[in-house]
Design a protein around this ligand. Structure first.
Ligand code: 5GP
Length: 227
């Protein structure tokens, strides 16, 4: 029902695609939310596959989860201005390729981005109203620690590192708020289904913002010829 309605609205109005960015500390549930959006809105969204210099994890596939490249290859891409944004995260480089943004534009799809907060700020600065930023957080520090420890493949030595990264994300978020804010929404991920309900509502509302609508199509829809 909801999807049929969307299709009708899309056909009537025409829509300019946008970047939908979910940022948040480790174990906030960004990946799960991205997966749920991809499953529900298959014909409307595509996930941005980042380039990274970190080693693939056992279940990760090159070109699916990330483009795994060497530090030299990454630096060449920086030099050739192939990134929409890039950042050193943890101990590796991560970056959003302009080719991913083009792929979304060419298919008239919205681009889902799971990137760190500094990268997200750069995306917003470049794309402006064509980017929506959500800050997703676990309900408490205790829950965050629990979720990190319960993750498959949990390594004690990563624990402190992940908490420090989370602290940096929160600090950046708070200082952004003090400067007037660049993040559009804050969502607390307590219960998975309720959180997804909020995220999908934001996505749907954002996709209907007037600035996302195609002016020519709007004119057609709103021009009345009274005989
Ligand atoms: P992981 O190594 O666990 O897959 O990701 C580590 C962190 O890097 C996560 O916070 C993730 O959101 C971030 N990240 C992944 N891809 C990108 C990217 O293209 N750009 C930036 N700035 N951060 C990224």
């Amino acid at each position: 029902m909801t999807n049929n309605l969307n299709l009708i609205e899309d056909k009537l109005i025409g829509r300019n695609n946008f970047a939908f960015v979910i940022v948040g500390p480790t174990a906030s549930g960004k990946g799960t939310m991205m997966k749920m959006l991809q499953d529900e809105f298959k014909d409307k969204v595509t996930f941005s596959i980042s380039a990274t210099t970190r080693e693939p994890r056992p279940n990760e596939v090159n070109g699916v989860n990330y483009y795994f490249i060497t530090k030299e290859e990454f630096e060449t891409k920086i030099k050739n201005e192939e990134f929409l944004e890039w950042e050193p995260v943890h101990t590796s480089y991560y970056g959003t390729l302009l080719s991913e943004y083009d792929r979304a534009n060419n298919g008239n799809l919205d681009l889902l981005l799971d990137i760190d907060i500094k990268g997200a700020i750069n995306v917003k600065k470049k794309l402006k109203e064509r980017a929506t930023l959500i800050f997703l957080v676990p309900p408490s520090f205790e829950v965050m620690k629990e979720r990190i420890m319960n993750r498959p493949g949990f390594k004690e030595e990563d624990f402190k590192h992940r908490l420090e990264s989370a602290k940096r994300e929160y600090d950046t978020f708070l200082s952004l708020q003090n400067e007037g804010g660049i993040i559009d929404y804050l969502v607390v991920n307590d219960k998975l289904e309720e959180t997804y309900e909020k995220i999908r509502s934001i996505y749907l509302a954002e996709s209907l913002k007037l600035q996302r609508l195609n002016n020519k199509e709007l004119e057609k829809l709103c021009t009345l010829e009274i005989l």
